[in-house]
Design a protein around this ligand. Structure first.
Ligand code: 5GP
Length: 192
């Protein structure tokens, strides 16, 4: 980021079911933290809101914005497009926020290649068996979808070298504490 920005960029990734979303939900409670709202071409899930969880775009609109250079990074995941919008990030960093991107590993690779400065955190499951068990318990995906996510997870785990910190999620509360500590957010108000 340029030296004029007062905030900090944080990148959080992890295979589907590793606990990344629960970690991010906890971080969202902190007023120093703001989350990037990505654009995506995937369908909205029940309970999601346009502009809050994602900006839900048509394939054509996504391509138009990509051609216009509106994305800091973009990726295809499970047949759908995802991308981080540049505008809101610059704005949040100028306001001194800890700005969090919750993205998958192809996007992280692009940020690393472009030398984007930040704290890169990878949340991983204790094992592939445990990951499968969690996805099955969650019950939000079909058996075929679970197999697809496990295949993607196996590939993603090979990219842990892109990250500054790899956090093994044995137990959620401890994992949340660990991520807060890494980000300097352990004590409310101290980092500002
Ligand atoms: P989901 O469809 O389950 O919400 O997200 C699928 C994957 O895409 C997750 O790993 C999520 O972190 C990632 N993702 C969400 N937004 C972005 C984005 O803007 N860029 C990239 N590269 N990945 C994203």
């Amino acid at each position: 980021m340029d030296s004029a920005s007062r905030g900090r960029l944080v990148v959080i990734s992890g295979p589907s079911g590793a606990g990344k979303t629960s970690v991010c939900r906890a971080l969202k409670q902190d007023p120093r933290v703001e989350f990037s709202v990505s654009a995506t071409t995937r369908a909205m899930r029940p309970g999601e809101r346009d502009g809050a969880d994602y900006w839900f775009l048509s394939v054509e609109e996504f391509a138009r914005r990509e051609a216009a250079g509106e994305f800091l990074e973009s990726a295809s995941y499970n047949g759908r497009r995802y991308g981080t919008l540049r505008g809101p990030m610059a704005d949040a960093l100028a306001r001194g926020k800890v700005f969090v991107l919750e993205i998958e590993v192809q996007g992280t690779r692009q940020l690393r290649e472009r030398g984007v400065t930040g704290t890169y955190v990878f949340v991983v499951p204790p094992s592939m068996e445990e990951l499968r068990a969690r996805l099955e318990r969650r019950g939000s995906d079909s058996p075929a979808e679970i197999e697809a996510r496990l295949r993607i997870a196996e590939q993603e785990l090979g990219a842990s070298g892109l990250y500054d910190h790899v956090v093994v999620n044995h137990e959620l509360e401890r994992t949340i504490d660990e991520v807060r500590r890494i980000l300097g957010l352990s004590i409310l108000g101290l980092s500002r």
